[in-house]
Design a protein. Structure first.
Length: 310
């Protein structure tokens, strides 16, 4: 049996370092293997990360926030999901009402709108006035008002808006709730096999709920129509040989005052003449009444007793 030779004491440090290095290498290999396995299992179990918020921070040009003091356009309002009713009023003066009406019609057609109501008073040669109620898509509201104001001399321009979003979505939620109630009543009606009186009560409730749904849906349709199509009231007065007003001088004011006084005097004379014409058929009756009154007074005086002396 061979005898083991003792390890020289000088070789002990090298042997210890070798043993420690081997152990550390195995531990590091085990640790790396565990980390790799954990990473693979974590990657498989963890859902995909959501897209970065920067992807949602990009806003299209048409939905960007307006500058302070600048109103949001109808198109931006529609994108934002709001229900806004736009209304405008344009009052003009022109020297040719027919030409203005043609230009207005072409402008309405260009904006894909329509005339809901129109009225023209007067005849050729006299002062005429026309009014048009125009319905324009909300996105073309601002351009149309601006173009309509340039068709003649602008006397008045008024625009306003009403946000009905709260009412619209409230009615929409109530319709949804009523439909749930309607479905519950229908189910109860199908499952009811009791008395006729119970069935009739359920049908009455069902009729009431359906009536309320129809009313609310009608309100929704009206709000949708008013917010989708803006309303613009255009009115124009025709004045022949019209001259746009300028800063009035003293002579101009005197001339206008004199012309106004002459016009008032003429109108007063016309009123008197019309009054006399209206009174003419009654003149025979008036004369007969005066004759009867005169005869009665004369007879009373003739039959009055003479005063007696004292």
């Amino acid at each position: 049996m061979p005898t083991q030779r003792p390890i020289p004491w000088r070789m002990l440090p090298l042997a210890v370092m070798a043993i420690l290095g081997l152990g550390c290498g195995e531990e590091q290999h085990t640790t790396n293997a565990f980390k790799s396995s954990y990473a693979e299992s974590t990657a498989a179990a963890t859902p995909a990360a959501p897209p970065s918020r920067l992807a949602f921070a990009t806003i299209p040009d048409e939905t960007k926030t307006n500058a302070p003091g600048q109103e949001q356009s109808p198109a931006q309002s529609a994108i934002a999901g709001r229900k806004i009713i736009y209304h405008g009023q344009v009052d003009l003066v022109t020297d040719d009402l027919d030409a203005l009406e043609k230009k207005l019609t072409a402008l309405i057609d260009a904006q894909h709108g329509y005339v809901a109501d129109s009225n023209i008073n007067g005849s050729k040669g006299t002062t005429r006035r026309g009014t048009w109620k125009v319905r324009i898509p909300a996105e073309g509201y601002a351009p149309f008002v601006k173009a309509a104001a340039a068709l003649g001399e602008l006397v008045q321009l008024k625009t306003d808006s009403q946000d009905v979003s709260a009412e619209y979505y409230d009615v929409e939620a109530r319709v949804a709730a009523k439909k749930v109630e309607e479905a519950r009543l229908l189910k109860h009606l199908e499952e009811t096999a009791g008395k006729l009186e119970d069935i009739l009560n359920v049908e009455r409730e069902l009729s009431r709920v359906r009536s309320e749904i129809e009313q609310m849906q009608g309100r929704l349709r009206m709000l949708t129509n008013l917010s989708t199509l803006a309303t613009v009231d255009v009115s124009a007065s025709e004045i022949q040989n019209y001259v746009p007003p300028q800063a009035p001088t003293l002579n101009t004011r005197i001339a206008r005052t004199f012309a106004g006084s002459v016009e008032n005097l003429t109108n007063f004379g016309v009123a008197i003449l019309l009054f006399l014409v209206a009174l003419a058929p009654w003149l025979p009756f008036a004369l007969l009444g005066l004759l009867i009154l005169f005869w009665s007074i004369r007879r009373a005086i003739r039959h009055r007793p003479a005063p007696t002396g004292r």
